[in-house]
Design a binder for this molecule. Structure first.
Ligand SMILES: Nc1ncnc2c1ncn2[C@@H]1O[C@H](COP(=O)(O)OP(=O)(O)OP(=O)(O)O)[C@@H](O)[C@H]1O
Ligand SMILES: N[C@@H](CCO)C(=O)O
Length: 316
């Protein structure tokens, strides 16, 4: 359960005094998610999300994320804006953490991807890329390709505690990716983490794109590759669903142009995505205290995906 910091009644009352959102009725911790503490807040007026930023989200980056969301919302994307308090401030401090009061979006996080859902989600990513043209702020990808080797070295051979030989396996895959990386491809603002659990849907309609806290400037097609690796396999990474993979790319292309050069690079970009998530999951596996109220995600589910991408070009 991702509630690292508790919020008491007095603390909540002090926060809500600064807004025109009515009186609190209920505050419940949200189990999903691993990065931040999220609460569902009901007031006499409406329903909101209260997020306290933990771990990887740095306060310095928050204005970039909030401005991007504001920009996308202004262009009709279903993304959750942070509310400003009466003084016009969007970033609050709650229980000692930076925090935002955020619009609640309807819909359920996707738990099982189907071609129909993948097509709609791919299209939403394409719409996001189209809408972010003209957003002129940039943010380096702190978990981009250049960061993977340092992260691998920080895990070190302790990675082998997750599975024997894991360090060497990731080292070898990364060396190949570094040789093939398509540095020349167009760069843009990307979401960088558009997993099924970050897409809210009602039926096959996308009602929310959430969790922009890895958004950054990087190779644009990498965003589609990240999605492909997350959507087109079962959770354990054992089974590839070609129908889902195809629908995702088709949906994207219905909303945004994908050049031949980008399409040819998707395979190495997807291997890169696998190494990125295998590495961050390995790091979390090794550094999450045993008594933490959060489920550690399996790094090997991404090593299995990596093997599928290495075996054949799944985008051919
Ligand atoms: N604006 C929102 N509207 C409705 N529900 C939301 C909203 N933001 C978050 N949620 C709910 O909270 C859950 C956790 O949110 P989120 O994915 O942002 O957490 P996180 O800790 O940043 O997670 P992770 O990085 O692991 O995906 C989501 O799956 C969704 O159910
Ligand atoms: N989506 C990521 C967690 C956030 O980086 C994962 O599943 O590993």
């Amino acid at each position: 359960m991702a509630v690292y910091t508790q919020v008491g009644a007095d603390e909540l009352a002090r926060l809500l005094e600064r807004f025109d959102v009515g009186e609190p009725v209920a505050l419940k911790g949200i189990a999903e998610g691993i990065e931040n503490s999220n609460f569902l807040l009901d007031t006499t007026r409406s329903r909101y999300i209260l997020t306290l930023y933990e771990k990887r989200v740095s306060e310095i980056d928050l204005p970039f994320f909030l401005d991007l969301i504001q920009h996308l919302a202004g262009r009709g994307l279903p993304v959750p804006r942070a509310l400003a308090n009466r003084k016009g401030e969007r970033i609050q401090r709650v229980a000692g953490r930076p925090a935002c009061l955020i619009e609640f979006l309807p819909g359920l996080a996707v738990t099982e991807s189907t071609p129909e859902k993948a097509r709609a989600a791919g299209e939403a990513l394409g719409r996001m890329h189209a809408a972010s043209v003209g957003f002129d702020r940039t943010r380096p990808n702190s978990l981009g390709m250049e960061a993977w080797r340092p992260l691998l070295e920080r895990c070190g051979t302790a990675a082998d505690e997750v599975a024997p030989g894991l360090y060497a396996r990731l080292d070898e895959a990364l060396a190949q990716i570094e040789r093939e990386w398509p540095h020349q491809l167009p760069r843009a603002v990307i979401h960088a983490d558009l997993f099924p659990d970050n897409v809210l849907m009602l039926g096959d309609r996308v009602t929310g794109l959430i969790d922009f806290y890895f958004a950054c400037t990087d190779v644009r097609a990498y965003d589609l590759a990240v999605m492909h690796s997350a959507w087109a396999f079962d959770l354990a990474g054992e089974r590839y669903d070609a129908g889902v993979g195809r629908a995702l790319v088709e949906g994207y292309r219905s909303a945004f142009h994908l050049s031949n050069e980008e399409r040819r690079a998707l395979s190495v970009l997807a291997r890169g995505a696998c190494v990125r998530f295998a590495l961050t999951r390995t790091w979390d596996w090794l550094n999450t205290p045993a008594d933490a109220l959060v489920t550690r995600k399996d790094p090997l589910a991404y090593v299995r995906r990596l093997e599928s991408y290495e075996r054949e070009d799944l985008f051919a």
